[in-house]
Design a protein around this ligand. Structure first.
Ligand code: HEM
Length: 210
């Protein structure tokens, strides 16, 4: 399956010590339904309607559909991601990476194309502008609990990408978002996680080169 093969290629960059059991999801509050809707789209488009029905059943999430601008407990999003991993027999980090790519290439570009394109003319510009991105998103989704980003060590073809969040467990989603942005700008990106909250650091740091 093309989708699985591509994700396997990405795994090449994971540290050898990576262990799925280290991933901890933190219960927070609520997330706009657009996020669950994207998980639904990712599963249906790549694996079909039946797979989605199984994921929904396994997750215990009762809704048949999600409204983009309604709020749902974070827990539901994490349950859907976990159930997708079990039903599709894919490691959770691969599901999160695929979800990050989908978020940029489908949810972002297809539904919010002008907002995405306003982020910059190339990958470097987009990443350098990223710390302000969700303040524009908040004009549409007023009550989000947005992530925070900081960019440092900017060179011609690389930078360090700092991710702060009130939520825990979304590091590989961010990894996938960066891969998706590379595809959006048609550049080959290599991302390495150099510091992680799982190792006691207060945020995650990615080294991104292109
Ligand atoms: C038009 C494009 C985008 C829209 C409409 C959007 C919207 C949202 C929304 C509604 C949430 C849920 C937050 C909540 O309900 O509290 C969210 C979360 C998030 N977004 Fe975006 N976003 C966009 C692009 C991006 C991009 C380009 C990135 C990074 C490269 C990004 C990174 C994240 C992350 C990491 C989260 C999880 C929140 C957390 O860590 O606490 N988003 N976004």
């Amino acid at each position: 399956m093309k989708f699985v093969k591509r994700q396997k290629d990405l795994c090449y960059f994971f540290p050898k010590s990576f262990n799925l059991k280290n991933i901890k999801f933190q219960k927070l509050k609520i997330m706009y339904g657009i996020v669950n809707k994207a998980i639904q789209g990712l599963v249906k488009e790549n694996f079909g309607e039946d797979a989605w029905e199984k994921v929904k059943l396994k997750s215990g999430v009762a809704h048949n559909s999600f409204l983009s601008n309604e709020s749902y407990p974070d827990e539901e999003t994490f349950k859907l991601a976990g159930a997708a991993s079990e039903v599709l027999n894919l490691p959770l980090e691969q599901v999160l990476i695929a979800f990050g790519e989908y978020w940029v290439l489908k949810t972002g570009l297809e539904h919010y194309g002008s907002l995405m394109r306003s982020g910059g003319d190339n990958l470097k510009e987009f990443l350098v502008n990223l710390p302000n991105f969700h303040s524009r998103v908040m004009l549409i989704y007023r009550n989000i609990t947005p992530p925070e980003f900081r960019i440092s060590d900017i060179e011609n073809n690389s930078l360090q990408f700092h991710y702060y969040s009130q939520r825990q467990g979304l590091k590989y989603f961010v990894y996938g978002l960066i891969q998706g942005l590379g595809k959006m700008y048609k550049v080959s990106v290599k991302t390495t996680i150099i510091k992680s909250r799982e190792d006691g650091y207060d945020h995650d740091i990615f080294f991104v080169s292109w």
